[in-house]
Design a binder for this molecule. Structure first.
Ligand code: SAM
Length: 376
């Protein structure tokens, strides 16, 4: 408890120093970057439990290996065309990598390497512990990289990575659009609006028909990441899984308070200025932005579906059928996990999957039914 308090006090001192250096105003993207990725106090950099029941939130691969096993089927189809490797961004606890590797081994799919690109040293250690539990043959394929590889052939995976990228916050009031940043007022962190200076933020909201008051987010960092991945990819596909919407739904007149949320010990709150560093801060993903960034970077948007459709298209129900319903101890957890991954009221519809490809001509079977690229 004492340690938590001192960490919280220390991150506040660090943030106040940053604010003092910047004339007492930080755009929210910079604030979020410090709160999540400060080398010492950032949420993702600290060695605390984040995923699963002991942590703050649960992601699809943490629910069940059904997710990773099904994603592996899509990877296998791509790897048959491209050869090469899998590169996973932000591998979390390492469970998705472990599940995919085991499934590819089971179905005899050839893979050169499984690369993990993870900015957090603490999470890299968790991933190493998880991968160490695999057989020597399987774990020998795994390597951690500190930079994106060049001329990469194969599959790039990002599960819940884009939602962790820092976002700018914009606010529409009676005076028009302003940028919402963070300042110190009476010793406390507080929101403060300023005129927008960055032209790309103006472009993001240009043409939107919205009434004040309205608060929303713009993730310029998503363009940077899509560009970096495009520079890395020679032949293959990027598969990004995340919660989010297309532009018309993201900037919907009813979504007046934006999509920023914080997660701490499985509770959600909407105040990122309170206890920064202790909790995850996230914003939904604007998939239209990813599609446009991909187009600008000469990638093809090869498919866009919700998570349920992707998993069903890739054969999750066939994998489920391989569980014997007479063995309730294994069948019931698998059936319950499938329900969480597929149900529209849990993860099935809120999460989307987008595929950005280079050099791939065959349709990817994860996107074979109910593709909704027309909505982007
Ligand atoms: C919400 S967690 C998801 C973890 C894991 N993929 C899962 O689904 O359980 C976000 C992950 O993305 C990583 N991350 C954040 N920004 C990143 C970036 N620019 N490149 C690669 N990974 C990043 C974080 O360190 C963390 O591992």
């Amino acid at each position: 408890m004492t340690e938590d308090l001192s960490d919280q006090a220390s991150i506040l001192v660090m943030l106040k120093m940053r604010l003092a250096e910047e004339n007492n105003w930080l755009d929210f993207a910079s604030f979020m970057h410090h709160a999540l990725f400060d080398g010492t106090y950032g949420y993702y950099m600290r060695d605390t439990y984040k995923f699963g029941s002991r942590g703050d939130f649960i992601t699809a691969p943490e629910i069940s290996d059904l997710f990773g096993r099904t994603v592996a089927r899509q990877c296998a189809q791509i790897l048959k065309m491209t050869g090469g490797s899998i590169l996973e961004l932000g591998g979390g606890s390492g469970v998705l990598g472990a599940d995919i590797l085991c499934e590819l081994d089971r179905i005899d799919c050839t893979l050169n390497e499984y690369l993990l690109f993870e900015p957090s040293a603490a999470l890299t250690e968790r991933q190493k512990d998880r991968i160490a539990r695999l057989t020597p043959k399987i774990r020998s394929k795994v390597r951690w990289v500190s930079e994106l590889p060049q001329n990469f052939n194969g599959v790039i995976l990002a599960n819940e990575v884009f939602d962790a990228l820092p976002v700018h916050v914009l606010s529409l009031n009676a005076d028009g659009w302003q940028e919402r940043g963070v300042a110190v007022e009476n010793e406390f962190l507080s929101w403060q609006d300023r005129p927008i200076e960055d032209q790309s933020l103006y472009q993001a909201i240009d043409g939107l028909d919205l009434d004040a008051p309205y608060v929303t987010e713009v993730c310029l960092a998503a363009n940077g990441l899509v560009n970096d991945l495009s520079s890395s990819l020679n032949f293959g596909a990027i598969l990004a899984f995340d919660y989010g919407y297309e532009r018309s739904n993201y900037y919907h007149p009813d979504r007046r308070e934006g999509t920023l949320s914080c997660h701490y010990q499985h509770k959600v709150d909407y105040d990122p200025l309170e206890q920064p560093g202790d909790k995850d801060i996230t914003a939904h993903v604007d998939f239209t932005r990813l599609a446009h960034a991909a187009h600008d970077a000469n990638l093809e948007v090869a498919g866009y579906v919700n998570q349920a459709d992707f998993l069903v298209n890739c054969g999750i129900t066939n994998i489920l059928e391989s569980f014997d319903p007479n063995h309730l101890d294994t069948y019931l957890p698998a059936a319950s996990a499938a329900q969480k991954l597929l149900s529209p009221s849990v993860m099935g519809d809120m999460f989307k999957v987008i595929s950005l490809t280079r050099g791939i001509n065959e349709p990817l079977f994860g996107f074979s039914h109910r593709d909704r690229r027309h909505m982007l």
